[in-house]
Design a binder for this molecule. Structure first.
Ligand code: NAD
Length: 247
C-alpha cells in the first residue's frame, strides 16, 4: 500500500502549496491545521483529490496523536511529514515578553517535534520529514528574536533526528525560505519591510509558495534518498549575498 504524507499547517500559504504539489506527485495527503475555517477553504480548493482534512493544534500531543491515528486508518502508514505549521511575529527584543517567546517556541519548535514523534511512531517502511526552518533562523534579522531562535532550534532538532534515526530508513531535512508571498507575509510586511527585504535578495523579488513546495517535494521523495540532516535555502540568494547594487 502507498504510504501517506501529512502536511501540518496545510490549510494556508506554503503548507497549502505543498499539499497541492504532493497530491500532484501521487501521495495520499492528510492536511492538518488548527484553523477550521481555513481547512474548509482548503477542502473546497482541493476537492475531489486524494486528501483528508483534520483539525488539530500541533502543540497538543493528544490532538496530534488522534489526528495521526486517523491518517493511518484512512490513508495508511506514514511515509512523509512536512511541518509547515508556524507563527511569526516581528517584534523588537525589548518588546518581546517571555509569554510571546514561549508561545512562538511552542508552536514552531515543540509543535514540529510533537508531529515528528507522532509520524515516527506510525511510519511505514520509510519516512522522510521536511521541517520549515527560515533564513531568520540562520541569520540575525531585526525583530526576530523569538521567531529566529525557534527556527534555529528547528534546524538543530532536525539534525539530531537525522542522526538518531538515520539507520532506521528515516531522513530528516529542512528548507529555509526567504521572504515568500504567503497570507502570513501579506499580513506582516509593510511596504517599507518589503523594500528592505528586496534590497537584500539578489533575485529582486519575493518567492512563491509553489517554489518552496517544489524543494520540499524533492526532499520528501526517493530522489533525495541520500540527503539527510540538510537545510536547503529557498531564498533567491539572500543568504549568500554581499554588496548589492542600488535598485
Ligand atoms: P501561513 O500563516 O500562511 O500558514 C501557516 C499555517 O499554520 C496556518 O494555516 C495556521 O492556521 C497553521 N498553524 C499555526 N499555528 C498552528 C498550530 N498550533 N497547530 C496547527 N496549525 C497551526 O504561513 P506561511 O507563510 O505559509 O508559513 C508556513 C511555514 O513556513 C511557517 O513555519 C513559517 O514560519 C515558515 N516560513 C515562512 C516564510 C514566508 O516568507 N512566508 C519564510 C520562512 C519560513
Amino acid at each position: 500500500m502507498k504510504q501517506s504524507a501529512v502536511v501540518t499547517g496545510g490549510a494556508s500559504g506554503i503548507g497549502l502549496a505543498v499539499a497541492e504539489r504532493l497530491l500532484d506527485d501521487g501521495w495520499p495527503v492528510a492536511i492538518l491545521d488548527a484553523d477550521a475555517e481555513a481547512l474548509t477553504r482548503a477542502e473546497d480548493a482541493l476537492s475531489g483529490e486524494n486528501a483528508i482534512f483534520l483539525t488539530a493544534d500541533v502543540t497538543d500531543e493528544d490532538e496530534v496523536a488522534e489526528a495521526f491515528d486517523e491518517v493511518v486508518d484512512r490513508l495508511g502508514l506514514i511515509g512523509g511529514l512536512v511541518n509547515s505549521a508556524g507563527i511569526a511575529r516581528d517584534v523588537p527584543a525589548e518588546e518581546t515578553s517571555a509569554e510571546l517567546f514561549r508561545e512562538i517556541l511552542d508552536v514552531n519548535l515543540v509543535g514540529s517535534f510533537i508531529s515528528a514523534k507522532a509520524a515516527l511512531e506510525r511510519m511505514g517502511a520509510t519516512l522522510s520529514i521536511v521541517n520549515l526552518a527560515s533564513v531568520s533562523g540562520l541569520r540575525a534579522n531585526r525583530g526576530r528574536v523569538a521567531y529566529g531562535a525557534s527556527k534555529a532550534g528547528v534546524k538543530l532538532m532536525s539534525e539530531v533526528l537525522a542522526l538518531e534515526f538515520g539507520h532506521r530508513a528515516v531522513r530528516v531535512n529542512c528548507v529555509a525560505p526567504g521572504p515568500i508571498e504567503s497570507p502570513a507575509i501579506a499580513r506582516m510586511h509593510s511596504p517599507e519591510d518589503r523594500k528592505r527585504w528586496l534590497g537584500r535578495v539578489p533575485q529582486g523579488r519575493y518567492g512563491e509558495p509553489e517554489e518552496v513546495a517544489a524543494a520540499i517535494a524533492f526532499l520528501l521523495s526517493p530522489e533525495a534518498s541520500y540527503i539527510n540532516g540538510h537545510t536547503l535555502a529557498v531564498d533567491g540568494g539572500f543568504l549568500s549575498a554581499g554588496l548589492i547594487e542600488e535598485r
